[in-house]
Design a protein around this ligand. Structure first.
Ligand SMILES: [Zn+2]
Length: 252
């Protein structure tokens, strides 16, 4: 059975939509990930996790939305950034098109943390319209599943964990000889309880936060397999759950 929307004909899509109300949508970003990783890191990883999950769970998967909320990385060349508002509306209209064919449950596989606020704002709006959207972030699942596989300094942006995933999934895009370790700088206006509107370039010169040289394809494969397994279980659970149990409660 085909599960990737772009590979189906409309007749095959009709067959799926008339029997199913669930779909997976990967989203990511095209932004700097240090000198060693491809700009597409976040959307390539999201796509790989989403498509593998879709195949194992027998659930429809859409094409990945590659551009996201990344203006904080813009000083590094090749970062293509979209405003939160435009990103939210684009993803929302994609979800509404799915809903036109009867989809009520959408699992967004988000590869870029910077997209989360926009996605959650959208998910709340969609729930008002009777569509239940959940957001999966692989690194959060990995942190829970393998608290000791990577050190905290290996778990940050473009560091060893993310680089390992790239090595496991598409090593030909990674130039591991260019990997660096860089301790992020502390900004002069930084203080306890303060959040600043800074850019990546304020913190690092390489774009890597922490340690990336310890990346390994082996660890990347362990993480990939585990997060896909976790997501497959979730998708199966969601598939079984009645839509009424996912909708907003009435006034008390
Ligand atoms: Zn990333």
């Amino acid at each position: 059975m085909k599960v990737l929307l772009h590979e189906m004909s409309w007749a095959e899509a009709k067959e799926y939509f008339t029997k199913n109300t669930i779909a997976i949508l990967p989203v990511g970003s095209n932004e700097q990930h240090g000198p060693q990783n491809p700009l597409g890191t976040d959307h390539l990883i999201a796509k790989a996790i989403a498509e593998e999950t879709a195949k194992r769970a027998g659930v429809l998967c859409l094409q990945v939305i590659p551009f996201g909320v990344s203006s904080h990385h813009k000083q590094f060349w090749g970062t293509i950034y979209i405003s939160p508002k435009t990103f939210k509306n684009y993803v929302k209209e994609t979800c509404l098109a799915l809903n036109y064919y009867g989809v009520r449950k959408i699992v967004i596989v988000n590869g870029h943390g910077g997209n989360l606020y926009a996605l959650m704002e959208m998910a709340r709006e969609l729930r008002e319209k009777g569509i239940f959207t959940s957001v999966f972030q692989w690194w959060e699942a990995a942190n829970k599943l393998f608290p000791d596989l990577f050190k905290p300094e290996e778990r940050r942006h473009a560091a060893a964990e993310e680089t390992s995933l790239n090595l496991a999934l598409h090593s030909h895009f990674v130039d591991i000889d260019r990997a660096v370790d860089e301790e992020p700088r502390k900004h002069r206006a930084q203080a306890e309880g303060i959040t600043l509107p800074l850019n990546t370039v304020d913190y690092t010169s390489s774009g890597v936060f922490g340690k990336s040289t310890s990346a390994s394809a082996e660890k990347g494969r362990v993480v990939f397999e585990a997060v896909v397994k976790e997501l497959v279980e979730y998708v199966k659970l969601l598939k079984k759950t009645k839509i009424e149990d996912l909708m907003q409660k009435p006034r008390v």
